[in-house]
Write a protein that binds this ligand. Sequence first.
Ligand code: 13P
Length: 251
Amino acid sequence: MRQQIVAGNWKMNQTLEEGIELTRLILEKIDKPKGLVVIAPPLTHLKEIGKMLKVRKHFHLGAQNCHQEEKGAYTGEVSANMLASVGCEFVIIGHSERRQYFKEKNDVLAAKVNVVLSKGMRPIFCCGEPLHIREVDTHVGYVAKQLKASLFHLNEADFRKVVIAYEPIWAIGTGRTASSQQAQEMHHAIRVLIAKKYGKGVADSTSILYGGSCNAQNAAELLSQPDVDGGLIGGASLKADDFAVIVAAMK
Ligand code: 13P
């Protein structure tokens, strides 16, 4: 069976002190998760929060981004090697906010995926369509293009390490979630696409997470869908009680 995963993307929120307290509460409220729990705090918190997660089974440290180059004169950037050196096991790549505000394109994202894998970490690769694409009903083709351009160069062994997160842009931080049918439709289409490229065995073992206004109220319905293998959670991952409810909704 494929892994169920709930990942908290804290984005640019929480001071170190607040983040430590949030982690303490999360660890207190979540006892034995049915799948993996990934916490992706800001870079400045990775080491401290990583120490707290390390002593607990099923909890893993993630980063929200990394640079595509190994090292060098890239002021202000962080390399995959640095993330691995502080205990990161996952790196979110291609979040729509990175695509929108930092103009990250499919080819750069492919390079980021490569460098993350080369350092022994797993990319959580984000895809998803803007509202105008959904409105003209071309969302499946749009997402397929993103996946093909940034992931389908991988060999099978590397592809098996990738986690995919479908995050429709119109649902991120808007309170407007995709319906469970809309999520299931896209997750199924992604799995069919993977099966065509890598075979059914790989497709069936790829974890595909849903993200976009997933919260304590709607998580059970979304995560119960057969092709939804967990969630990538923004706002609700900053509230320990809500995050614990979402984690408990894993199949
Ligand atoms: P929200 O859960 O705040 O909508 O954010 C989703 C997201 O972007 C997670 O990466």
